[in-house]
Design a protein around this ligand. Structure first.
Ligand code: SAH
Length: 514
C-alpha cells in the first residue's frame, strides 16, 4: 500500500491570497482535506473534486470535534495510505495545536510535513497598518495567548516581564480576557496611555479595527460589541496606523456587493470589486446554456471563406463561437481575411485569448457603436456573421441589412434563470447588502422574476448599480430605482460608478453581519 502522509498546512489568516505556494500545491494533491473554521472555505475548491472534505471546526466554548478525535482522524486517514491536507488557520505551530497534532503523528509513526502559514498576528498588524516592529518604537515582539490551557491559571504568564520587558505584544484568543490583560499590563508598569489595536477578522472584507489605550480599551470594545476572532496589539507602533493604513481605507472597503451575473463571469467582476475593498457576493441569476441546435452556426462556419465580417458582442458569444469552430474541426485560420469586430474591451480580451486580435472595437461599447463603426466603413454587399444570444436585440442585423449587408445571426447561447437562486438572493439581502449590481438587462429581468412582485420593495434601501443605459431602462421599467450608472459600459466603469456613488453618499450603510 502507498504510504500516507499528513501535511500540516498553514492556511493564513483569511485572505485566500495568503496561503503559501507550497501549501496550495499540497492542497491540490490532497485526497482528504481536514479543516476548521479559521481556514477560508475558498481553499476547499483547490482540492480535487473527489477529495474527501472533513470539517473539524471549533469556535471558542463550542468544541466541534475534540482535539483527540482530530489527532486520531489524521493518523487514521494517513494509515489508509491517503495524502491528508490538514488546513489550519494562520500558522500551524502558532497557538494552533499543530504541535499536538504533529506529536501524535510522530507517536503513531505517521509521516508528516509542516508548511508554515502567515500567522494572524502578523497579518492583522500588516493589514491594519501597524508594523509590529519599527526601530524608533520597539525592538522586540511577543506573541502571547490570552486564553491559556483552561487547567492553568491566566496568571502563569509573567506579567512583569511582558509589561516592561517586551516592546510590542500581540495577544491571540484574548477577547474574553481583555479586562485582565489590560489590568495586568498596567498594574505591572505599562503606561495607561499605551495604544492598543484590536483587529477582528483580519485580512477579510469584514476586518474591523478598534484603536484605544490600555486605560479605555475594555470600555471601547464593550461599546462597539467587538467579538472574536481578534488579535490585540499593544505597543507604541499602533500609532503608525494613522499614516500606514492601506487596507481598510480603500474606497469600497467593507461594502457587500451583490453580483448577479453567471457564476463563470462573477469571478472577474468579483476581483475588480475586491481590489477596491468590497466583498463580492455572488448570486447568479443567469445560467448560460447552449442553443437548441448548432445547425445554423455550423453552416456559417462551413462557409467562413465567404464571410467578410465577424461581429462578437460578448465573451459568451466568443466562447461559444470558438468552441464550435473547434468542434467543427477548424481553427482560427478559418478566419483568415475576415474582419473581426469586438463590441468592447472585454469581448476583445476574450477574442485575444483565442489567439486572434480583433480588427475593430468601437468607441461606444454597445451594439449602436458597432453599427455606427461599420456603417462608416460601408457594408454594402458584405457577408456578416453575428453569433448572438437568443435575447440579443435585432439592432445589428436590422441596421446592417438595411445598409446592404447580408447578415447571418445564429443563436449561440441562451440565458436562463437558475431555478435555485431565490433562496440565495434572499439570504444575502437578509444578511445586509450595500449595493446590487446589474451587468445586463437579463440580469435585471431574471432578478425581478426571481423575487416576484416585491422585488422593488426589497431593493428599496439598496443602491442599484447599472452597467449602462439599456440595463438602467430595464431596471426602471421593472420598478427599480437606479442609484448609479457606469459612464463606460464596462465592469471597470461600474466599479468607478460605485466608488463615486459611495463617496457622494457616505451615509449609506446597510446593516452589517456580525
Ligand atoms: N494558528 C493561528 C492561531 C489560532 S488561535 C494563527 O497562526 O494565526 C485563534 C486565534 O487567532 C483567534 O482567537 C484570534 O486571536 C486569532 N485569529 C485567527 N485568525 C484571525 C483573523 N482573521 N483576524 C483576527 N484574529 C485572528
Amino acid at each position: 500500500m502507498k504510504q500516507g502522509i499528513v501535511y500540516l498546512i498553514g492556511a493564513g489568516p483569511g485572505d485566500p491570497g495568503l496561503i503559501t505556494v507550497k501549501g496550495q500545491e499540497c492542497l491540490r494533491r490532497a485526497e482528504v482535506v481536514i479543516y476548521d473554521y479559521l481556514a477560508n472555505p475558498a481553499f476547499l475548491d483547490e482540492a480535487p473534486a473527489c477529495a474527501e472534505r472533513i470539517y473539524v471546526g471549533k469556535t471558542r466554548g463550542c468544541h466541534h470535534t475534540p482535539q483527540e478525535s482530530i489527532n486520531r482522524l489524521l493518523a487514521e486517514k494517513a494509515k489508509q495510505g491517503k495524502v491528508v491536507a490538514r488546513l489550519k488557520g494562520g500558522d500551524p505551530y502558532v497557538f494552533g495545536r499543530g504541535g499536538e497534532e504533529a506529536l501524535h503523528l510522530h507517536h503513531e509513526g505517521v509521516r508528516f510535513e509542516v508548511i508554515p502559514g502567515v500567522t494572524a498576528g502578523f497579518a492583522a498588524a500588516a493589514y491594519a497598518g501597524i508594523p509590529l516592529t519599527h526601530r524608533d518604537f520597539t525592538t522586540s515582539l511577543a506573541l502571547v495567548t490570552g486564553h491559556e490551557n483552561p487547567e492553568k491559571k491566566m496568571s502563569s504568564l509573567d506579567w512583569q516581564k511582558l509589561a516592561t520587558g517586551v516592546g510590542t505584544l500581540a495577544f491571540y484568543m484574548g477577547m474574553a480576557n481583555l479586562p485582565l490583560i489590560a489590568e495586568q499590563l498596567m498594574a505591572h508598569g505599562r503606561p495607561a496611555d499605551t495604544p492598543v489595536a484590536v483587529i477582528r477578522w483580519a485580512t477579510t472584507p469584514r476586518q474591523r479595527t478598534l484603536v484605544a489605550t490600555l486605560a479605555d480599551v475594555v470600555e471601547k470594545v464593550r461599546q462597539a460589541a467587538f467579538k472574536p476572532p481578534a488579535v490585540i496589539v499593544v505597543g507604541e507602533v499602533v500609532r503608525l496606523r494613522e499614516q500606514l493604513r492601506w487596507f481598510d481605507d480603500r474606497p469600497l472597503f467593507g461594502k457587500r456587493v451583490l453580483v448577479t451575473r453567471t457564476a463563470e463571469q462573477a469571478g472577474s467582476f468579483g476581483r475588480l470589486l475586491e481590489a477596491q475593498g468590497a466583498e463580492a457576493i455572488s448570486c447568479p441569476v443567469i445560467d448560460i446554456v447552449p442553443p437548441p441546435s448548432w445547425e445554423e452556426l455550423d453552416r456559417e462556419i462551413d462557409g467562413l471563406e465567404q464571410t467578410d465580417i465577424l461581429i462578437l458582442t460578448s465573451a459568451n458569444a466568443v466562447d461559444a463561437f470558438f468552441e464550435r469552430l473547434r468542434a467543427c474541426g477548424r481553427d482560427v485560420r478559418a478566419l483568415h481575411g475576415v474582419t473581426v469586430v469586438a463590441v468592447g474591451p472585454k469581448t476583445a480580451a476574450a477574442i485575444e485569448t483565442r489567439g486572434l486580435r480583433p480588427d475593430l472595437v468601437p468607441a461606444d461599447y454597445r451594439a449602436e457603436g458597432v453599427v455606427a463603426l461599420l456603417l462608416e466603413r460601408g457594408v454594402a454587399g458584405k457577408r456578416v456573421l453575428y453569433p448572438r444570444a437568443e435575447i440579443a436585440r435585432e439592432l445589428i442585423p436590422r441596421e446592417l441589412s438595411a445598409a446592404g449587408a447580408s447578415v447571418a445571426a445564429p443563436v449561440v447561447y441562451r440565458t436562463l434563470a437558475p431555478t435555485q437562486g431565490k433562496g440565495q438572493v434572499l439570504a444575502a439581502l437578509e444578511e445586509g447588502i450595500d449595493a446590487v449590481t446589474f451587468t445586463s438587462s437579463s440580469t435585471v429581468e431574471n432578478f425581478v422574476a426571481m423575487l416576484g412582485d416585491d422585488a422593488p420593495q426589497r431593493l428599496e434601501k439598496v443602491p442599484v448599480i447599472s452597467i449602462g443605459p439599456l440595463t438602467t431602462a430595464t431596471a426602471r421599467r421593472l420598478g427599480l430605482t437606479v442609484a448609479a450608472e457606469a459612464a463606460a459600459s464596462t465592469l471597470e466603469g461600474m466599479v468607478e460608478a460605485m466608488v463615486e456613488y459611495f463617496s457622494r453618499n457616505p451615509e449609506v450603510r446597510i446593516q452589517k453581519p456580525e
